[in-house]
Design a protein around this ligand. Structure first.
Ligand code: ZN
Length: 370
């Protein structure tokens, strides 16, 4: 980025987060789960699958605005978002797109389709071991696909989202693939994040193409046979104790995401580098920096955005060991959205206050969930 001819040494193009969950922005401070999760599937079931069921369009909106605000404050002008709100499907993607537009952040979003809610309303516990991939598509998945279609038909930037193969029937995976092909976009799907999804590659390889985003890949074999761009999320993988993806072993182009833990891409780059270094002492920061370049190819509009930083030399070898580097000035498509470190389009204090009120409403709903 720093070497681009049209930029000064203290500038980059807008950063891109290649895998985000804006819906998790209000989760910080949420009530503790009913028991301490002891595995990755436990974390999904007791934390994230409770949160997504508590979301309504109001809290989706404030999550998106707060997440977009925090992204922009870290120089991230483009977000590739993966959304799930199974009790508030219809209209959710439009709400996210509008929220990001208000803040001044570009977003490519999708709805993560899943068959883990059998009749579209049943909050029964999901058991990966008893899930039948040969079963029929559920009503919940059908509505998720329809939301993806509605979003893409509107002309908004998006993909077709799939939660993960281990919660989807083959019928759903095929329908998602066909919908993506119809709109000439890719499928955005979690793959082999935990042990429970080890079988994903065999089911997805016949479907995937170069437009797909393959998220995580921790438990993929080196020669997994999946086309698409792999998105590495090192901090999230550590937080969920799922293991290290060792992305250097894959032939796929590899980008970098946060998996919902903010959108500070310089910070994620540092984590990606240091995790790589822990595994291989000969690794340098360039490989992690290249992931940010792959992100840029996924969101080429980021090249129309310019971030001026409070650091003179935006070079990967310096940035890997320099914390706290912050944007001072940002333009998106030529429009100034940050001046002297302050956002210009919106009142950040007001957005934070309203998001905090929405978070309290969300926590109340969480407390009342079964
Ligand atoms: Zn994710």
């Amino acid at each position: 980025m720093a070497v681009a001819a049209d930029l000064r040494p203290d500038q980059t193009h807008g950063l891109v987060c290649a895998h985000h969950h804006l819906y998790s922005a209000l989760a910080r401070g949420m009530p503790a789960p009913p028991r301490t999760p002891g595995s990755f599937v436990d974390i999904l079931e007791l934390v994230w699958w409770r949160l997504d069921r508590a979301l309504d369009l109001d809290t989706v909106e404030w999550s998106a605005k707060l997440g977009a605000l925090e992204a922009l404050e870290r120089g991230t002008t483009c977000i590739i978002d993966h959304h799930e709100s199974p009790w508030a499907i219809e209209g959710s993607l439009e709400v996210i797109a509008a929220g990001c537009a208000e803040i001044g952040v570009r977003v490519n979003t999708c709805f993560g389709v899943t068959d883990r809610h059998p009749d579209g309303t049943d909050p029964a516990r999901f058991n990966p071991a008893r899930f039948d991939p040969d079963g029929p598509m559920t009503e919940g998945a059908r509505r998720g696909l329809a939301e993806n279609r509605r979003h893409l038909e509107s002309g908004a930037s998006g993909m077709v989202g799939v939660h993960a193969a281990f919660t989807c029937t083959d019928e759903t995976l095929t329908a998602a693939t066909e919908l993506a092909a119809e709109f000439d976009v890719g499928v955005h799907v979690h793959v082999a994040e935990g042990e429970a999804d080890r079988g994903a590659a065999a089911r997805l390889a016949p479907l995937a193409d170069d437009k797909w985003l393959i998220i995580h890949g921790v438990h993929l074999s080196d020669d997994h046979g999946l086309a698409g761009t792999l998105i590495h999320n090192p901090r999230s993988n550590m937080n969920n104790a799922v293991g290290y993806a060792r992305p250097a072993r894959f032939a796929n182009a590899t980008g970098l995401g946060t998996d919902g833990i903010g959108a500070d891409m310089l910070d994620e780059f540092r984590v990606a580098y240091v995790r790589m270094r822990e595994d291989d002492v000969t690794a340098g920061p360039d490989a992690a920096w290249d992931m940010l370049e792959v992100n840029r190819d996924l969101f080429p509009e980021s090249r129309n955005d310019v971030v001026t930083w409070n650091y003179d030399d935006m070079d990967p070898w310096r940035l890997a060991f320099t914390t706290g580097v912050s944007p001072r000035h940002i333009t998106v498509d030529g429009e100034t959205v940050m001046e002297d470190g302050r956002l210009t389009r919106v009142d950040a204090t007001e957005i934070r206050a309203k998001a905090a009120e929405a978070a309290l409403r969300l926590f109340k709903k969480l407390e009342n969930l079964s």
